[in-house]
Design a protein around this ligand. Structure first.
Ligand code: GLC
Length: 565
C-alpha cells in the first residue's frame, strides 16, 4: 500500500488547513467588511483551535465584481482589506505563532480593469499591441443565412460558469474575448509564455515576502482547446454541454509542473489546486514522478517526487450523498488511485458550497468533523464550520454574489455560506462594530452560537473540533499513519488508522453512524478516546457496541495489528 511506504514528513501533510474568507472574518475599520488586521487580531483563536495553516481567499486590488476573484493587481492589497504593510504584519504574526499562510492565487483570469487587459483590448494589431495575445480573443463566426450581426455570432458554444455565453463582444476592436466566469473576468491566454512568466513573477513576489504556498483557483480550467472546438452536448441534460474542450486539457499538467518548480525553488512551500474532477482525473494533478530509480543499497525506498500539485483539492466528500457506502467507496477508490508518493487530502466546505451543517444537518456535522480530522490526509476546514455555522437565508435585496445576480433563483448564489464569523454575544457578534451593517447578515442564533459562548460549553461543536484537532496533533497515527479496512455496514462507516512502525504509536478504530437510527456493530478491544457526543470517553469496549444516530467514535485499540512493517 502506498500509505505504508511513504509516511508524512511535510508540514502540509501533518497539518490542518483553515480557510478564511477575509470579507467575513473580522472587520477592524468599521466598514462592515472583514480585513487583514482583523485576521491578525484573531490568530490566537486559530492557535487555540489547533490548526496549522490558514488559506486566505483573495485580498488583492479588485473591482470586487466576484469579491476579489477578479484581480486588477497581483502584487498588492486592496485598500478594502488593508495595505501591504498590514499583510507583512499578518504574515509575521502568523509565523511567530507557528502558523503557515497560504494565499489564494487566481491565474485563470484577471479583472477587466487589470492594466494587462486594458492594454490587450486597446488594439487588435499584435505588433502595436504586445498584450493583445495575453487574453483569448476570437473573431465572430461566419454569418449564416439569418445574417445575425457580428456581436451575436459567438465563436463557439462555450458557456460561462456563471451562466450565459463565455464570449463578450468588444465593439471597438470587433472581436470577442473569452470569460469562463463573469465578463468582468477575462481569461488569460496560458499558451502565451509571456503570460506564464508574468504570473510566475507575481507568485515570486509573495514567496519572497515569505508566504508558505498557494491555493490555485480553477487550476483545471487554465488551458482551453487551441482550435476552439464546440463542446459536445451533455447526454444527461441536453440543455448543457460537456466541458471536453474547456476543462482538464492535457497541456494543463505542464503548467502545473512549472508552477511547482517556482514553489520548489523556495523550499517547503505548498501548491494546492482547486480542481473539480472525477477521482481518476483528479489524481493526475499530483503530476509525474521525477523517476527516482530505487537504490538497492538503501533500506528505505525514497519517496517518489511528484512534479504536480502537492494537494489537488479533493471535493468528493462535499459532492457525495451522506451514506456510509458512498463515503466508504470514495475513500477506498481515492486511496487505490493515489500514485506512489502522493499525499491525500479532504475538504468538507468552502466559500462556493452550501455549509456542511446545512447539507447534512447539525448532528451529522459532528460526525463529519470527526471524519475529516481522522481520515488519512490533509484536512481543510472552512471558517465557521467549527461553530456548526449554517447557510443563512438571503432576501432578494441582500443578494451580493454575482453568480446569484446573473441567474436568480437557480440556487447558484453563494452568499448563504459566506456570512460573518460569529465571535461574541455583543451586537454584530463582534464581527464589526455595533452601529455598522455587516456586508451580509449574521446567522440568527449568533447570541448563543458564537465562538466565545461555545468555548465555555463542554459539549459544543467547537469543543469537539478543539479536542479532535488536539488528538490529531498528539497522535502520529492520526496525522501520519496508514488507513485500512474502510467499510460500510448499513449506516455504519468504519475504518482503522494504522500506527507507524515506531513501536510507540497506537492503532485507532473509527466508527460513524451516518443514519438516523441507533445502530450496533462490533469492535476489537479498545478504549473510547472521543465520541462526537462528548460523553463516554475512557470506557472500554470489546465486541458489540451501540452507536447513536450521527455519532462518531474514536477508539484506541488495545493491540496494534500493524500492517506497517
Ligand atoms: C473559484 C472560486 C470562486 C470564484 C471562481 C472564479 O471557483 O473558488 O469563488 O468565483 O473561481 O474565480
Amino acid at each position: 500500500m502506498p500509505d505504508s511506504e511513504f509516511p508524512a514528513t511535510e508540514w502540509w501533510q501533518t497539518g490542518v488547513i483553515y480557510q478564511i474568507y477575509p470579507r467575513s472574518f473580522q472587520d477592524t475599520n468599521g466598514d462592515g467588511i472583514g480585513d487583514l488586521p482583523g485576521i491578525t487580531s484573531r490568530l490566537d483563536y486559530l492557535v487555540s483551535l489547533g490548526i496549522d495553516a490558514i488559506w486566505i481567499s483573495p485580498f488583492y486590488p479588485s473591482p470586487m465584481a466576484d469579491f476579489g476573484y477578479d484581480v486588477s493587481d497581483y502584487t498588492n492589497v486592496d485598500p478594502l482589506f488593508g495595505t501591504l504593510a498590514d499583510f507583512d504584519a499578518l504574515l509575521a504574526a502568523a509565523h511567530n505563532r507557528g502558523l503557515r499562510v497560504i494565499l489564494d492565487f487566481v491565474p485563470n483570469h484577471t479583472s477587466d480593469q487589470h492594466p494587462w487587459f486594458l492594454q490587450s483590448k486597446s488594439s487588435r494589431d499584435q505588433r502595436a499591441n504586445p498584450k493583445r495575445n495575453w487574453y483569448l480573443w476570437h473573431d465572430a463566426a461566419q454569418p449564416g443565412d439569418d445574417w445575425q450581426p457580428a456581436k451575436n455570432r459567438y465563436p463557439n458554444n462555450w458557456m460561462s460558469q456563471f451562466g450565459g455565453h463565455a464570449w463578450e463582444w468588444d465593439q471597438p476592436t470587433e472581436q470577442f474575448y473569452l470569460h469562463s466566469f463573469l465578463k468582468e473576468q477575462p481569461d488569460l491566454n496560458w499558451r502565451n509564455p509571456q503570460v506564464r512568466a508574468a504570473i510566475y513573477m507575481a507568485m515570486r513576489f509573495w514567496l519572497d515576502r515569505g508566504v508558505d504556498g498557494f491555493r490555485m483557483d480553477v487550476l483545471w480550467l487554465l488551458i482551453k482547446d487551441e482550435f476552439f472546438r464546440n463542446n459536445p452536448p451533455n447526454p444527461q441534460d441536453l440543455a448543457s454541454t460537456l466541458p471536453v474542450f474547456t476543462a482538464d486539457q492535457p497541456e494543463t499538467h505542464k503548467i502545473v509542473a512549472e508552477m511547482r518548480s517556482v514553489l520548489d525553488s523556495y523550499g517547503d512551500r505548498v501548491l494546492i489546486g482547486e480542481i473539480y474532477l472525477p477521482l481518476p482525473e483528479l489524481v493526475r494533478y499530483y503530476g509525474q514522478s521525477d523517476d527516482s530509480t530505487p537504490n538497492p543499497q538503501s533500506p528505505t525506498p525514497k519517496t517518489p517526487q511528484l512534479r504536480g500539485a502537492n494537494l489537488p483539492f479533493n471535493f468528493h466528500l462535499i459532492q457525495s450523498q451522506w451514506y456510509a457506502e458512498a463515503i466508504a467507496h470514495i475513500i477506498r477508490t481515492y486511496e487505490s488511485l493515489l500514485p506512489a508518493g502522493a499525499w491525500p487530502n479532504y475538504v468538507l466546505g468552502n466559500h462556493d458550497q452550501s455549509r456542511l451543517a446545512t447539507r447534512i444537518g447539525p448532528q451529522q456535522a459532528r460526525a463529519a468533523a470527526m471524519l475529516l480530522l481522522t481520515l488519512r490526509g490533509t484536512p481543510t476546514l472552512y471558517y465557521g464550520d467549527e461553530l456548526g455555522m449554517q447557510d443563512i437565508p438571503i432576501a432578494p435585496d441582500q443578494v451580493r454574489d454575482p453568480a446569484e445576480k446573473n441567474e436568480p433563483g437557480k440556487g447558484k448564489g453563494r452568499d448563504p455560506e459566506r456570512s460573518p464569523m460569529l465571535w461574541l454575544d455583543t451586537p454584530n457578534a463582534g464581527f464589526t462594530s455595533a452601529e455598522v451593517t455587516p456586508w451580509l447578515p449574521l446567522q440568527h442564533d449568533w447570541q448563543t452560537e458564537n465562538a466565545t459562548a461555545q468555548s465555555t460549553r463542554p459539549r459544543s461543536i467547537l469543543t469537539l473540533y478543539r479536542k479532535l484537532l488536539q488528538l490529531r496533533r498528539q497522535h502520529d497515527t492520526l496525522h501520519s499513519g496508514g488507513i485500512a479496512d474502510v467499510a460500510a455496514e448499513g449506516n455504519i462507516l468504519r475504518f482503522r488508522r494504522v500506527a507507524l512502525p515506531n513501536g510507540h504509536s497506537t492503532d485507532f478504530q473509527l466508527l460513524f453512524n451516518l443514519g438516523n437510527d441507533i445502530a450496533t456493530t462490533q469492535c476489537a478491544p479498545g478504549t473510547v478516546v472521543l465520541t462526537t457526543i462528548l460523553d463516554g470517553e475512557g470506557s472500554h469496549v470489546d465486541g458489540a457496541i451501540t452507536i447513536e444516530a450521527g455519532e462518531g467514535l474514536l477508539i484506541a485499540l488495545d493491540s496494534n495489528e500493524g500492517i506497517l512493517e
